[in-house]
Design a binder for this molecule. Structure first.
Ligand SMILES: *[C@@H]1O[C@H](CO)[C@@H](O)[C@H](O)[C@H]1NC(C)=O
Ligand SMILES: [Cu+2]
Length: 336
């Protein structure tokens, strides 16, 4: 059985706490970072980086809502968000707020949707979406709860706008899904949308499109039922293939490239559920009260700074401050 301790020891002093959660706020064009929310629609959430979930929600938002397109309230900021000009075929990146890095295990993907009126600043994202980038498992011998996932530790998603993308204005939606709570229907979705104007003479047409909401649901085992601590890599690969995460990306050419790890034939081995590990990771997100560690002077990988039964550090390094998420979990956060 795979086992990974939830906590990491900090020998002396407090390492700079990374925020547990994250959101894409900057566009990187020709290697230059934009300002936060210059080209990416800002959400109106009180804490912009909190995930969207099916259960134990923040701000009542779920992946079944219209605001799952570009995050809560972000359409109200569409008109004041600039539109970045990008030539079809160019590589750009969407970068996380405040030097954040992806600290949760799971896949990352980028979707695009064309503004039908030609003006993305008035587009709600209710049209068709297609997928242009996908990162799932890169290291199947790695730790499924961490570095087995390509996106783990990334601070930005770098991707090419397919050369065949027709000119026009588009929403570009980058998304990372943390699967560490999927055993309890608590997959965490982190996403936001950039506004871009694609130039060039592309004439491609994506073959596979999606609606948002509708893209995902919690009947999908990947988001509800998967257990990264006990499931085999083969099982995870099969769960990926049953969702749009496992679909081929549109690369603009006639043929699409498959980026999902290929599934093995034969029955997947489903390990027995280890509810202890599931409970422990849930505790880090404050869902159940379980002692995180019996050892003192440890800091959790989630930047925890307090809560019932918490015996670790209770202060955060500036500019982070300790915010009570719930009685069981206080987190080092920085303002949006
Ligand atoms: C969830 O999505 C799958 C795949 O699109 C679909 O077959 C299924 O009917 C959906 N389930 C619900 C409850 O919406
Ligand atoms: Cu989280």
């Amino acid at each position: 059985m795979k086992y990974i301790p939830l906590v990491v020891a900090v020998a002396a002093g407090l390492a700079r706490p990374a925020t547990a959660h994250y959101i894409f706020s900057k566009l990187v064009l020709k290697g230059e970072e934009s300002a936060d929310w210059q080209y990416i629609r800002e959400t109106t959430r009180r804490q912009c980086y909190m995930p969207t979930k099916y259960t134990s929600t923040f701000d009542n938002l779920t992946p079944s809502d219209s605001d799952f397109r570009c995050n809560l309230g972000s359409f109200s900021n569409a008109a004041k968000t600039e539109v970045a000009e990008v030539a079809a075929g160019d590589t750009i990146a969407m970068k996380l707020f405040y030097d954040g890095t992806i600290a949760h295990p799971g896949p990352g993907q980028v979707y695009m949707s064309k503004a039908p009126t030609g003006n993305v600043q008035e587009y709600k994202g209710d049209g068709d979406w297609f997928k242009i980038w996908e990162k799932t498992l890169c290291n199947i011998n790695g730790d499924l709860t961490k570095d087995a996932w390509c996106a783990y530790g990334m601070s930005q998603f770098e991707f090419q706008i397919p050369a065949a993308t027709p000119a026009g204005e588009y929403l570009v939606r980058a998304e990372h899904v943390g699967l560490h709570g999927a055993q309890a229907n608590e997959a965490e979705f982190f996403y936001s949308c950039a506004q871009i104007k694609v130039t060039g003479s592309g004439t491609g047409s994506p073959s596979l499109t999606y609606q948002i909401p509708g893209l995902y649901n919690d009947s999908m085992t990947l988001f509800n039922g998967l257990n990264l601590w006990t499931d085999s890599v083969e099982k995870v690969q099969l769960d990926i293939l049953e969702t749009p995460v496992g679909d081929d990306v549109w690369n603009g050419a006639g043929s699409a490239s498959s980026s999902a790890a290929s599934s093995s034939s034969g029955a997947a081995t489903v390990a027995a559920q280890d509810t202890t590990q599931g409970a422990t990771i849930a505790a880090a997100h404050g869902q159940v009260q379980t002692p995180i560690s019996t050892t003192t002077n440890l800091v959790s990988q989630y930047g925890q700074c307090g809560g019932l039964d918490w015996s670790g550090p209770t202060e955060c390094e500036t500019p982070y401050t300790c915010v009570q998420q719930n009685p069981y979990y206080h987190q080092c956060v920085n303002s949006c």
